[in-house]
Design a protein around this ligand. Structure first.
Ligand code: MLT
Length: 287
């Protein structure tokens, strides 16, 4: 399972089988950009954004990650910790530490956004700038939590990904669904590559996450909030709330990606990459 860009798999030396796998997509200059994927996907969801980032004149170093259980981190040996977003953030921090990466522009899409906010809380030294892409800082409402726990039980008891297969369409905006059936197939393929165990674990992890809006508000570094105009999962209104909660008052703090849904990184990669490059330039200037 690989991206179409250069990468390497180098698990942390102290890892116990439950690990994040970091991919070095591109060696460039300045503060590296780290891309953290959503659910139930892996680092490949960023492939189009990586292409745009690395085509830039002063391309930054670009890293992507497979969170524990997903993509190239799907094989888990030994004990599996209790599900939590904090465990994912700690695994990500270990992978960054093992490669001596230091501070990054941390970009998280949806579940990846929950993880980078937890990383910011637990390891602020690793976050030089924050990009929240099609995500939310708030916790789930009771009904959403119940639904996650139901899905976790269902994929485990049936051993099938049936309950999340519909996400191949719901993650995309209506314009992509109508005009780009190739994207539906691509996303379906990525979902099909994940395991029921990872899907169940991550649903339970996300269900238990706290509201991290206070973490966002307390952060004084550069922030960019990016959302597809057709994102029905974490709609633009949620992005506007995060912009209001953030201390950073850059312009534009909110980047709207036209004709894109929840997977703006795939549907409108030039807009997402543009926002990340502007953010990375600010992180570089502050370094
Ligand atoms: C994602 O894209 O990561 C999911 O929509 C996250 C979630 O289920 O909250």
């Amino acid at each position: 399972m690989t991206s179409r860009h250069t990468h390497e798999h180098r698990p942390a030396p102290d890892d116990h089988g439950f690990r994040a796998v970091l991919h070095r997509e591109h060696e460039g200059t300045g503060v590296p950009v780290l891309l953290v994927h959503g659910f139930p996907l892996d680092h490949r969801m960023w492939s189009e954004t990586v292409g745009e980032l690395t085509a830039a004149a002063q391309a930054p170093t670009v890293l992507s990650v497979d969170l524990p259980g997903f993509g190239d981190a799907s094989v888990i040996e030994g004990d599996v910790p209790s599900p939590s977003v904090e465990v994912m953030a700690d695994a990500l921090a270990s992978a960054l530490d093992a490669q001596g990466v230091g501070g990054v522009v941390a970009a998280g899409m949806s579940m990846g956004g929950y993880v980078v906010l937890a990383l910011l809380e637990r390891r602020p030294d690793l976050v030089r700038a924050l990009a929240l892409v099609d995500t939310r800082s708030s916790a789930d409402a009771a009904q959403a939590k119940d639904n996650r726990l139901w899905i976790a039980g269902e994929v485990e008891s049936t051993g099938s990904l049936g309950p999340v297969e519909g996400m191949a369409t719901s993650l995309l905006g209506r314009t992509s669904r109508e005009k780009r059936p190739d994207l539906v197939q691509t996303v379906r393929g990525w979902i099909d590559d994940q395991t029921p165990a990872a899907v169940a674990w991550a649903q339970r992890a996300m269900a238990s996450r706290p509201d991290r809006t206070p973490v966002l508000s307390a952060y004084t570094g550069p922030v960019s909030v990016v959302v597809g105009t057709e994102d029905d999962v974490t709609p633009p209104a949620l992005a506007e709330e995060m912009v209001e909660a953030a201390s950073d008052e850059s312009d534009p703090a909110l980047v709207l990606v036209p004709d894109a849904g929840h997977l703006a990184a795939l549907e409108g990669p030039e807009h997402v990459a543009g926002a990340l490059l502007r953010l990375q330039a600010r992180a570089d200037a502050a370094a």
